[in-house]
Design a protein. Sequence first.
Length: 120
Amino acid sequence: MILLFTILIVVVCLLLTLIILVQNPKGGGLGSAFGGGGGNAQMFGGVKKTTDFLDKSTWGLAIALFVLVLSMNMFNTTSNTQASDESDMTEQVDDMIMPTQQPAPVPASAPDEDLPESVD
């Protein structure tokens, strides 16, 4: 299932990239290439229809990408369980490498006469 979502996301991303690159930010784009400059504006659907199609397809692909990513995240339960399994495994390995060390016992304090006298 995750593989299907991944393939669909890649395809939508490629299509979205192509659609965006075809558009011209100044309003010309593919519409002006198909006769938007002169009297034959009705050729291939005209400027306005081509621009509307590119605009609607951009929004449609962007929404599809958003929905696919959210759906993939909802169906992807392996990453959550894998992360918790990985942390448990890391703790076990750390325990084997460095076992929990008990603090060394503090030796009994020596009598005061063994300590040098402080100079006042």
